[in-house]
Design a protein around this ligand. Structure first.
Ligand code: SF4
Ligand code: SF4
Length: 353
């Protein structure tokens, strides 16, 4: 997804990935030229096909014939006869699930499996938990790619349930979407000592059985932690547990009585303000020094279609409905106004979802 500047960049990233034992490559036609570069790099490096698991994705909603063409183009770009995994790319809305289960998407997935062009079908989702739960319960999918992060663990129970049901689970971008942890702020580095924040984030997932992490490498150096942590799936050690407790404690100290506990009891808001998600960004900015990441995410709200929230804190009408529902007694409208004042800035470009 991030090696999009040319074949040489992709070749260097792929070569480094293979050298550190990575055997799962995930891409998509929606990542600009990435899929074509990956196919070329695979040919240049003469990687034996059986050594790899290859995943690509198709956006939902396309008519059957168009989807068939897209999948054949995808195979041609990658230079393979068959994908191990084909995901519905961004099963974010109920209509996407409807397309995959009963519409032309259903026919497309059935055709791809029947023709032997894909080994199994799955989905990636940025959608809400109810939608992900419904998709997992449908029995249609063999794997899922979810946002599972140390700093956003709310989907972990769904991931655990999926694993228990025998599905594959891939964590989307723990380094970047998980908090730009390749470039952590000083507070975060201090709070995670003696571990690196990215190391701790990866280990947090691996120790829970989330064994496929998408690393989003743009350069060989982005794979350094993958190299060091290859096979590190054992339970968290004492030092890691202590670092996680320290991280939590220091954030709680900085946030004081204004810490949002992320329980979601304040929902639903009659104006559809995504209160927990907005206050999570405030928690990150004030509790962990992650202001840059929080601002980046906040300013994508309303600018990324169904890939992210559509309303920011300025949508709060101060009706007060949420106030009695918060077990922490938070002054939610005031905190939302504070969140907006702290995080809003001029828009930036979004990179592929
Ligand atoms: S006070 Fe704001 S956030 Fe709370 S329910 Fe009303 S509009 Fe929603
Ligand atoms: S109810 Fe309170 S603590 Fe829970 S998510 Fe909402 S604002 Fe946060």
């Amino acid at each position: 997804m991030r090696a999009v500047n040319g074949l040489e960049q992709m070749r260097a990233v792929l070569s480094a990935a293979l050298a550190c034992g990575i055997n799962h490559l995930e891409t998509a036609p929606a990542y600009g030229p990435a899929e074509g570069f990956l196919g070329e790099a695979l040919r240049l490096l003469a990687v034996p096909r059986p050594a790899l698991v290859i995943t690509s994705k198709l956006l939902p909603g396309v008519p059957l014939e168009q989807g068939q063409l897209q999948l054949r183009d995808c195979l041609a770009r990658l230079g393979v006869k068959r994908l191990d995994n084909l995901a519905v790319h961004g099963l974010n809305l109920p209509e996407h699930l409807g397309w995959a289960l009963g519409g032309e998407g259903s026919e497309l997935l059935r055709w791809a499996l029947g023709e032997g062009l894909v080994g199994q079908v799955g989905f990636s989702s940025h959608g809400d938990n109810d939608l992900i739960e419904a998709a997992l319960a449908s029995g249609r999918f063999g794997f899922c790619s979810l946002h599972l992060h140390l700093f956003d663990p709310q989907r972990l129970p769904l991931a655990q349930a999926a694993l228990a049901a025998g599905l594959g689970v891939l964590a989307i971008s723990p380094a970047d979407k998980g908090g730009r942890l390749y470039d952590p702020p000083a507070e975060l580095v201090g709070d995670c000592q003696p571990h690196h924040p990215l190391e701790l984030a990866y280990r947090f997932l691996l120790a829970q059985g989330i064994s496929s992490l998408s690393l989003g490498a743009a350069a060989p150096g982005d794979l350094d932690w993958a190299k060091r942590l290859a096979g590190a799936i054992e339970p968290l050690g004492a030092s890691e547990r202590a670092a996680l407790e320290q991280l939590e404690r220091r954030a709680a100290e900085r946030l004081g009585a204004e810490r949002c506990g992320q329980c979601r009891a304040c929902l639903p808001c009659p104006n559809e303000v995504p209160i927990p998600e907005l206050l999570r960004l405030r928690n990150l900015a004030l509790g962990h020094g992650m202001g840059a990441f929080a601002r980046e995410r906040y300013n994508l709200i309303g600018r990324a279609g169904h890939w992210w929230e559509t309303l920011n804190a300025s949508a709060c009408q101060r009706c007060g409905d949420c106030l009695p529902r918060c077990p922490h007694g938070l002054a939610i409208p005031d905190l939302l106004a504070d969140t907006h004042a702290r995080l809003v800035e001029a828009p930036r470009r979004r990179l592929w979802g």
